[in-house]
Every structure is written in C-alpha cells, then in structure tokens.
Design a protein around this ligand. Structure first.
Ligand code: AMP
Length: 427
C-alpha cells in the first residue's frame, strides 16, 4: 500500500507554488514597508507555553494540539504563531533593545481540527506583532495595512469586523453579566456551552449551535460595559479608522477562539473566489497581558494572523508571464557535454536553463522542450560543434537562428529581455 500524507495535511506541488510565492512576496513587501522584521521560531515549543498564553479552557488547548512527550518533557506542535514569537521576543530581550518592536513570521501551524475546505490540520500563516505600543493608533494602522494588502492582492467582498474586549476589569464585569443572562436559560444551552458557562462564558459567544444562539438573544453587549480607559481606547480606534477611511463594522459578538485578547479584536472575512463557509481570511487583536503572563515586563502588544490557504481560495487567478527558460537539446555524446556547459553558463548569468542529456531524436527533444514550457531551445549536434555554433529556436515566436557558441548567453539574454515577437516569422 502506498503511504499517503497525514489527514488534513497537504502537499503544495510545483504547479501551485507560483501563487504561493506571489502571495508571500506581496505580504512580505508590505510588512517590510511598514517596518516589520521577520522572526523564525521553532515549530515545536513546550506545551506549557500554549496553555499559559492561549488559555486552558479553549478549543485549541483542550482538543486541537498535537502533543508529544520527549525525555519527560511535554512538547506541542505550534497551533499558532503569537505565543512562540512572544517567547522569542522575551528570550532575545528585544524589549531591552528597542522601545517598539514590529515582528512578522511565516510558517506552518498545526491543529487537530475536522478537515474541510479552508480548514486543515497543517495550515500556513503569515502573522505580525507590534510590542511596546499601547495606543489605538497602531491598532488602526494594522487593520488598514491588512485592508491595503488584500486590495493589492485583488481580494474583494470584504467585511472588516472590529470589537473591543476591554481589559481584565471590563471582562470580569462582562463575564458576570453574561452569566446572569445565560444562567436562567442554562437548560436550553448545548452541553458544551453548559460547561463553558462555569469556566469561560465568553467562549459561548463563539458558538454556532442554534440553541446557544437563541439563548444569547438579548444578551448584554461588552461594548456597553467598557471601563472608562477601555472606552477611550475603543473610541480612539474608531476615530483613527474613520480618519484613514478604512471601512469597518462594529461586531460586539466577535470574541475569537483564544483567551489572550484584550481590548481591540478584529477579523476580516471575504466571500470572494472559492471561499466557502470558512470565510475568515485573518484575525487578530491586542494581547496586552501576555508578555507579563509569560514572565516578562508589562508590555502591550497587538498582532494578527492571515491563513494563506484561505487567501489563495479568495485570490483571483491572474495571467502568468511565460517562463523565461532555456532548454538545451544535444544530439550525441559530445554535444551532451557542451549542453551541460551551456546550461551552467546560462545559470551563472542568472538565466533559468536546463540541459536534457537523456538522448533521443531531434523530434523527441523538441517535443520535450515544448512540454517544459521553455521560451528558448538551443539545439546542437556534431555539425554545430564542428562549426562552433548553436541552433537557437524561439519557441514562442517560432523563429530560428544560428548563434556563435561564444555568444549564447548574450543572445539568450537579449531575446528574453525583449517581448516575444509575433509567431510565424522566418523559420
Ligand atoms: P486564528 O489563529 O485562529 O486567529 O486564525 C487566523 C487565521 O488563520 C484564520 O482566519 C484562518 O485564515 C487561518 N486558520 C486558522 N485555523 C485554520 C485551519 N485549521 N486551517 C486553515 N486555516 C486556518
């Protein structure tokens, strides 16, 4: 029996990778323009890191982590990137070196979820964090940056949802208000929500169960219970978003699945392209308490994570420029050695080139050249070797010429830098 990939974990094959690179290039460029620098952290972290930051009574920590034991230590495949970056920020004492740090990451995350379109067990995220700025201005800037990135990528039909969860005091008051609303309705709640009512009632706001949704009708809104400083922060965020002209909707039911959030919370959804029910492209928010919770100083922070697979589902297909590639087709053993030399010369000059030394007739070599989607094909046999030339076919323009061996690189460069001539010229 052949071995298959783990359920919910996907390969990305070469035909698809071009779109990934396109997406990653735009995200990296935009982030770097806004002053973020990349960090790379391990895929495996102490399980305790996620329990402490994400929260014990969350779906991720309770059910979705891939945990393994090694030498008596419990390790987990990271289910998200923020906790690891916060740990690295502290461990690398970045806070002592710069007042504000803007960091970004790109990598795979792991959650044992029920796989479906747009929901996988290994998925890729690009995320970014700002440490050391507590003001709502940087929250608005971050949301606006995200809207700009999505628009550059051609992703439309956006909904930008924002909410505030306040700080610890606001949330404590809100938890009680929500409990007071739900306790008389506890009998009609789902089993899962009944459990959450005791340990983490805010999580019930995430529930899609119709019974829970009904019980939540008429529940108080956290935005009505914000303490004065939280209210000022929330007002500041809305003012800045309005000044930037960033479209947004206030969504008091937005809580998202992690416990570390404080104050600003946001999610951007899209119904574009092939997005199905998993329509959240990205989410993020402020987590002012996490650095302290992990044993560091009291440093405010905000971040987001974008799901790359979902972005690819939403991104429109774009026409791709034909590959600027050279195919070297030698006829015979002596020509094969020359072909390898030519390929190396072209590659050293920064031109993509591939020599096919498997042998075969001219016809079969030209067929392979066509199949490789190359733009240029160099053909050489004994006659060309003797005369010190190479036959060059422009496979797109359908033209042919003879090039002195010493001018192969210069001629390839000239042809590849000019747009292909119309097909059908001198053959
Ligand atoms: P989160 O880390 O849960 O805040 O999610 C941020 C973004 O990551 C989501 O909006 C999705 O785009 C993506 N994401 C989260 N979980 C998955 C998953 N299981 N499969 C694919 N993408 C995911």
């Amino acid at each position: 029996m052949t071995i298959r990939a783990v359920k919910g974990m996907n390969d990305v094959l070469p035909d698809e990778i071009g779109r990934w690179h396109e997406l990653e290039t735009v995200l990296r460029r935009r982030l770097e323009l806004a002053g973020y620098r990349e960090v790379r952290t391990p895929v495996l972290e102490p399980t305790e890191l996620f329990v402490r930051s994400i929260g014990e009574a969350t779906e991720i920590v309770e059910k979705q982590m891939f945990v393994l034991e090694r030498s008596g230590e419990s390790l987990a495949l990271r289910p998200e990137g923020t906790a690891g970056v916060a740990r690295a920020y502290l461990q690398g004492t970045l806070h002592a070196k710069e007042p504000v740090s803007r960091l970004y990451y790109l990598g795979p995350m792991f959650r044992a979820e029920q796989p479906q379109r747009g929901r996988y067990r290994q998925f890729w995220q690009v995320g970014a964090e700002i440490y050391g700025d507590h003001g709502p201005g940087c929250d608005a800037e971050m949301i606006d940056l995200l809207v700009g990135m999505l628009s550059e990528l051609g992703i439309g039909q956006l909904r930008v949802l924002v909410n505030s969860l306040g700080s610890a005091g606001t949330r404590a008051r809100y938890r009680e208000a929500l409990r007071a609303h739900l306790t008389p309705r506890a009998e009609s709640l789902s089993e899962h929500a009944k459990k959450r009512l005791a340990d983490n009632p805010l999580r019930i706001l995430d529930s899609k169960n119709p019974r829970d949704r009904e019980a939540l009708e008429g529940a108080p809104s956290i935005l009505d219970l914000l303490e004065p400083e939280d209210r000022a922060h929330w007002d500041g965020l809305q003012r800045a978003l309005t000044a930037l002209g960033t479209p947004y909707e206030v969504s008091p039911g937005l809580v998202r699945g992690l416990d570390y959030y404080t104050r600003t919370l946001f999610e951007i959804q899209s119904t574009a392209g092939e997005m199905g029910s998993q329509n959240a492209l990205l989410g993020g928010g402020r987590y002012d308490g996490m650095v302290k919770e992990l044993g560091g100083p009291d440093i405010p922070a905000i971040g987001f994570a974008i799901g790359l697979e979902r972005m690819l589902l939403a991104m429109p297909a774009r026409d791709r420029a034909p590959a600027a590639r050279c195919f070297i087709a030698p006829l015979g053993a002596a020509a094969a050695d020359q072909a390898l030399l030519i390929a190396r010369e072209l590659q050293n000059a920064g031109i993509q080139a591939e020599a096919d030394t498997r042998g075969g007739s001219l016809k079969s070599l030209l067929r392979r050249a066509d199949a490789s989607a190359s733009r240029l094909c160099f053909v050489l046999g004994d006659t060309e070797l003797e005369r010190g030339v190479v036959a060059l076919k422009d496979l797109q323009a359908r033209t042919q010429e003879e090039v002195p061996r010493a001018e192969v690189v210069a001629r390839a460069r000239a042809l590849l830098s000019a747009p292909p001539a119309a097909a059908g010229g001198s053959a």
